[in-house]
Design a protein around this ligand. Sequence first.
Ligand code: UD1
Length: 424
Amino acid sequence: MDSILVRGGRRLKGRIPISGAKNACLALMPAALLTDEPLTLTNAPRLSDIRTMSVLLESLGCEVASLQAGRVLVVGAQTIASHVADYDIVRKMRASILVLGPMLARDGRAVVSLPGGCAIGARPVDLHLMGLERLGAELELRDGYVHAQAPGGLKGAVVEFPIVSVGATENLLMAATLARGTTVLVNAAREPEIVDLARCLRAMGARIEGEGTGRIEIEGVARLRGATHPVVADRIELGTYMLAPAIAGGEVELVGGRRELVAAFADKLEAAGATLEDTEAGLKVSRGNGRIGAVDVETAPFPGFPTDLQAQMMALLTLAEGVSHLEERIFENRFMHAPELTRMGARIEVHGGAATVTGVERLRGARVMATDLRASVSLILAGLAAEGETRVARVYHLDRGYERVEEKLSACGAEIERVSERAA
Ligand code: UD1
């Protein structure tokens, strides 16, 4: 198993290209199940989660071609040979549930394993199921699987979500494109990944209005066709690398980044003392010699502060002058990075869904362990600023969502490398 080794204290200078969004791509790939023509996705990120989705789609009979070293994916679902998404694949990645809506919409049947628990909270799929039932699906939970049928096809309906769910909005958006009549999604998620999915579906012939707002209207069509679609930039990768010069000092240009993808986060970063500047190629972030200031953060659905940047922001705030309060409103158990940051000298107290961070003047390198994707990168960010050496173990979490993190950061002058555990 690999670890990432960081020697802290280097100021950063350079450019980091932002990849296509993992979470957008994980919703776009299953959209290929809606048509018998190939869907081509350009600007795809090269990540293990994307490979997991490819394996899942192949297990359903799709052909997935990876071109240009994984930058371009062509997904063809001429027919769906198997309608069963197996536990062994689904348990690896919750986003697997996104094959349910498209299979049901196209063929009137699907059997998908329930994703099961996840390290960052219970994360049920009840909203996905409630929504599909509103469209007329008959569901039965048996042996850990959802057995879904819609023999006469899905029918448009009003689906009102009691809480905002990105995944449930995506599943319903896809399912509704082939349903008879009009579907209205109320209290829909507004994330850029939803907008990207809607654009792709529209290019495939779907009739959708209102994406990016809380109310999306979909008029079902009889069939969709193939299309070519570029995956939107990864706003979480963008935010993560915006934090690198903020925590280590220096100046980094995020190529392909746009402020509006991370507006609430960008405001907090500025409030903490980083300088942001829009450039022709993207966004530049810098910090001089002054200390970071404390800020309070509360996670919320888009356009609020993303939960997927909370751990990374906490890494920055461990070094702030003063006390910061962080409130996690999306997932109930998402402070697993706090004890690891504490091992590096941070002062953090967690009380349920809130954390109080009292800034310290310096962090010290340590051996730490990643517990999930965003936690692992927060430890790398902390390592960039810490004195001495930080070794982050279990980096398979990192490889699920960050492409070549060590290459991107070392190109800006960070001392960071991947080492195999044997050498460690
Ligand atoms: C997606 C992202 C994930 C991000 C999250 C919130 C992907 C692949 N993953 O996850 O990185 O952290 O959005 O921005 O895009 N919930 C229910 N019932 C459901 C569905 C969700 O109660 O049926 C709850 C969840 O437990 C959570 C909240 O709703 O508390 C939001 O979850 P949701 O937006 O659905 O997250 P995901 O789509 O799983």
